[in-house]
Ligand binder design. Sequence first.
Ligand code: ITT
Length: 197
Amino acid sequence: MRILFATGNEHKISEAAAILAPLGHEVEPLLIQGKPPDFIEPQAEGIVEVALSKIEQARELVMGTKLEDSIILVEDSGLFIDALGGFPGPYSSYVESTIGLSGILQLMSAESERGAEFRAITAISIEGNTVTATGICRGKISEQFSGDMGFGYDPIFIPEDGDGRTCGEMSSFDKSSISHRGRALKAVSELLNPPSK
Ligand code: ITT
C-alpha cells in the first residue's frame, strides 16, 4: 500500500519507510502545497488524544483535494521518565526545543533510578476508518550524551532490549528493530494486512 505520513519530522518518515518497506508498504510524506502539515497539538492531552487530533487535522487538510482517498499515517510519540512522573511525555517536543537534552540530564543528575520509556501511538486513516496501535520501548536515561545517529532524545536513551548503546549510537536498522516506532508500525501494519491463519 502507498501510505502518506503526515509529519513535520523527516527522521520519522525515513524510519517508517525502512520499517514498512519489508512489509510491502511504501511511505511518502504528506505534503500540502509542497509543505508538511504544521499540526496544532492539544497540549493538555496524552499522546493518544494528540495522535487522534493529528489524524483529524490531516483528514481535514486533504478533504476536497486529489489526496482525499489516500491512506494517511500520523504518529505522536514521547519520552516518559519514571523518576520525573512521566515527564516530558506529551511535552517531549516542547521540552526538547527549550531545555533540551542537557536540561533533562541536569534534572536527572542526582537520580539513581533512571528508568524511562519511549512511547509511540500511530494512527492510520483508511477508507474513512481510523486504526491505531501503540509501541513501547523500555530503557534508561544515560549519564551523558553518546552518539550522533537518530534524532531527538536518542543520544541519552539506552534501550533495555539493546546491547548497552544509546539509540544515538545505533544504526537506524538496529534502532527500528526494538524501537517504539518500529513496534507501533508493525502492529498497525498487521491490522491493515492481518496475517493469514
Ligand atoms: P510531528 O508531530 O510533526 O509528527 P514531532 O517531531 O513534533 O513531529 P512529536 O510531536 O511526536 O513529533 O514529538 C515527539 C518528541 O519525542 C520529539 O521531541 C522527538 O524528538 C521525540 N522523539 C520521538 N521519537 C523519538 C525517537 O525515536 N528518538 C528520539 N526522540 C524521539
